[in-house]
Design a protein around this ligand. Structure first.
Ligand code: TRP
Length: 457
């Protein structure tokens, strides 16, 4: 509960901002955003992504925090509570169920990539990239992808780190870590930006990321951009709802959410502007896929003064950013299992962490043993790509759609005004308008067009 001292509200608001930023800023910003931007032609993709953040992500994030703070429980039970309060069917808790499942699926492949980052802490620290060229860094990455033992071990280590934190219930402690380490990560990115300006193809990178060429973007790309807006803001599955449940009653949700959204977007854009100057200067293909971060930045670290130190620190910070995000992926499920009364924190974590670990094995092997395993039931994708697609492009937008419909169309305005202390505030009406008529409509339009294209093609 909120401590209502003179500075109490502020302190608590910042705790939420830190926890939510810890959840939002992660591999999505530093690993995924640059590589999907590279795969989808740059500028036009970035613009659509920014529009999705503003018109879909931020409004839905406000709705999610609102639901969590009203329900004050795990997303499944919060949804049940707010539905009951509105006189609606408890089936709305399905939003929470889908979220728990989506969280487990995301953690499965997220943990594999976080494992790559952990591996890179040691590779960089041991000097594997001293004086490295593109060939060297690509070689090191290829070696990792062919090393099943390393892939599975690092994936296991990361799942253990995640359940370790969630078991101890120290999400608040993690917020403290975020207070120091997130800014440090940002400083590192700014430093890399400086290196890119001095030694990379900075102009080429800026042109790629910010010049708008519609022809470079397909409808699939639009869906990917929209899905990524959900992914990067941790939306559509209950992470933010679960954190909203711990937010003090009288703090400004809108302001808080905008802070988190802007920070998250800034980190992604800066990460892109760190990676692409190196990509273009060293002749790496922008569309190289999930390996882009791991093939490009080591070239920079291998050739800058102090690169051994900075590179090692960078991958440590990326791992920690991934860690504080992963925690929020299983917290909703863990909270729910505990609420059933049949599990404690330890057993709940063993069940959910174990499930993600098991599914994650298939993701870890998706780059070698299972690289050609693209069955129809996985939509012709490897397990890794399928789970990424299923969550980011289907489950999260769908979850967000239902959240927008519930809050926009089903929740009593009096409840919102009460929860947000915003009676008669013009921003409330603007937000509600967007949440009703713009966010859900855009999600549906993008869904329908991509579906039509899939069946037409
Ligand atoms: N947003 C995080 C990232 O960008 C990942 C993440 C954490 C997430 N919790 C989530 C994604 C919930 C979707 C839903 O790395």
């Amino acid at each position: 509960m909120a401590q209502q001292g003179i500075h109490g509200v502020w302190a608590n608001r910042w705790t939420f901002v830190l926890a939510a930023t810890g959840s939002a800023v992660g591999l999505g910003n530093i690993w995924k955003f640059p590589y999907i931007t590279g795969e989808n032609g740059g500028g036009a993709f970035v613009l659509v992504y920014l529009l999705c953040i503003a018109l879909i992500g931020i409004p839905i994030m406000v709705a999610e925090v609102l639901l969590g703070r009203r329900g004050r429980q795990s997303p499944i039970n919060s949804m049940r509570y707010v539905a009951k309060e509105a006189g609606l069917s408890s089936n709305w808790s399905a939003v929470g169920w889908m979220g728990v499942l989506a969280g487990l699926f995301i953690l499965s492949f997220y943990s594999v990539v976080a494992g790559w980052a952990l591996h890179y802490v040691f590779q960089t620290g041991m000097g594997a990239f001293e004086g490295a060229t593109r060939e060297v860094s690509q070689g090191v990455f290829g070696e990792l992808l062919s090393n099943n033992t390393a892939l599975i071990s690092w994936h296991t280590v990361f799942i253990l780190m995640t359940v370790g934190v969630v078991m101890a219930g120290v999400t608040r402690g993690l917020a403290m870590v975020a207070r120091v380490l997130m800014p440090l990560l940002f400083v590192m990115l700014i430093m890399l930006l400086g290196y890119g300006m001095a030694a990379g193809d900075f102009v080429g990178a800026a042109k790629f990321m910010f010049s708008f060429k519609v022809s470079a973007l397909s409808w699939d790309g639009v869906l990917i951009a929209m899905g990524h807006a959900f992914f990067t803001l941790s939306l559509g599955m209950g992470s933010i709802m679960a954190y909203g449940a711990y937010m003090p009653s009288h703090s400004n949700i809108g302001q808080t959410v905008v802070t988190v959204g802007v920070l998250d977007t800034l980190v992604a854009l800066v990460a892109g502007m760190c990676i692409f100057p190196i990509v273009f200067a060293s002749g790496i293909e922008p569309s190289s896929g999930p390996g882009l971060l791991f093939q490009s930045l080591p070239v920079a670290f291998g050739n800058m003064p102090g690169g051994l130190f900075f590179g090692t620190l960078f991958f440590i910070l990326v791992s920690i950013a991934a860690w504080s995000s992963a925690v929020s992926l299983i917290e909703p499920g863990v909270a729910w299992l505990i609420e059933t009364g049949k599990f404690n924190r330890v057993t709940a974590n063993l069940v959910l962490g174990g499930a993600s670990w098991l599914v994650g094995i298939s993701c870890a092997l998706s780059f070698n043993l299972l690289a050609d395993f693209k069955p129809l039931f996985l939509a012709n994708r490897t397990p890794f790509d399928f789970l990424d697609f299923l969550t980011a492009q289907v489950m999260l937008p769908l979850g967000g759609l239902f959240i927008a419909i519930f809050v926009g169309w089903r929740m009593a305005k009096a409840v919102m005004e009460d929860e947000m202390d915003a009676e008669g505030h013009p921003m409330l009406d603007i937000w509600l308008f967007v949440l009703r008529y713009i966010s859900p409509v855009l999600v549906v339009i993008v869904f329908v067009i991509t579906l039509m294209n899939t069946f037409a093609g």
